[in-house]
Design a protein around this ligand. Structure first.
Ligand SMILES: [Zn+2]
Length: 259
């Protein structure tokens, strides 16, 4: 009798593993932020964000393809691509994840560090994995993993993450970003974060009480954080502005660094 129970448990475990295996992704959709007339960043910014995001993304494609992944790019040259097209490109893929590559900017030159955004709960582990890998490489401030309703994150049906690879308005980080070897390191660390194969869980797996996702990520989440108007990016959720404007006042000055 006891043997039967153990056998049943083993079968359940195996079945679970198989299901999990089926849900792992084979394709990565890379979305280099901005492009064409949209340079990204803030007015007067010396280093164009759009060029840096494209370069890191092309390097990321190479790393991932070498690792055996199928890669789709929302753009692979300096052209403008509407956000809706980027999302549609991502949503056309199955067994895939969506990685938006950006660099940050701020009016305060001292603002620095790496931050990674996600929107859907199923994207949180991927965001955490990429954030920790990139922070380790960049050796700069860890601004954390944050939930935000950016258009490209909100409208995608596959796990989606937006990584901000440092501030191009920070003298040190801008100098680093202009170094090809550093951009290669960034690409490799993003790839490492993806390949670490975190629990890119299906929705059903998130209902599993043994999932570590909700518990483990809490210290990194800052759901109150909201950029004010005048942000340099177009992918933010307009609906969130009003609700959180009150809380925003309580935040420290660093929270406005992204604008
Ligand atoms: Zn950007």
């Amino acid at each position: 009798m006891r043997r039967a129970v153990v056998l049943t448990a083993i079968l359940f475990f195996c079945a679970g593993t198989m299901v999990r295996g089926d849900t792992q992704f084979t394709t990565v959709v890379i979305d280099p932020g901005h492009g064409g007339f949209d340079r990204g960043g803030i007015p007067g910014q010396r280093v164009a964000e759009s060029k840096m995001t494209l370069d890191v993304s092309l390097r990321l494609r190479q790393v991932l393809e070498r690792a055996g992944y199928r890669v789709i790019m929302t753009r692979d040259r300096d052209v403008f691509v509407p956000l809706g097209t980027r999302v549609a490109t991502a949503n056309a893929q199955h067994d895939a994840v969506f990685i938006c590559v950006h660099f940050n900017s701020a009016t305060r030159a001292g603002a620095s560090g790496i931050e990674t955004y996600f929107y859907s709960t199923e994207s949180a582990p991927l965001a955490a994995s990429i954030q920790s890998a990139v922070v380790r490489t960049a050796g700069t401030e860890n601004r954390g993993v944050r939930r935000r309703g950016y258009f490209v994150l909100r409208r995608t049906t596959i796990p989606a993450v937006l990584v901000e690879c440092g501030f191009l308005t920070n003298p040190y980080e801008a100098t680093e970003a202009q170094n090809a070897a550093y951009r290669q390191q960034l690409a490799q660390s993003i790839a490492h974060g993806i390949l670490a194969r975190p629990a890119i869980a299906t929705r059903t797996r998130y209902t599993d009480s043994s999932s570590r996702v909700d518990v483990g990520l809490q210290p990194f989440l800052d759901q109150r954080h909201v950029r004010g108007s005048g942000t340099t990016h177009h992918h933010k959720a307009k609906s969130k502005k009003k609700k959180t404007s009150k809380k925003k006042k309580k935040r420290t000055s660093t929270d406005d660094d992204n604008q």
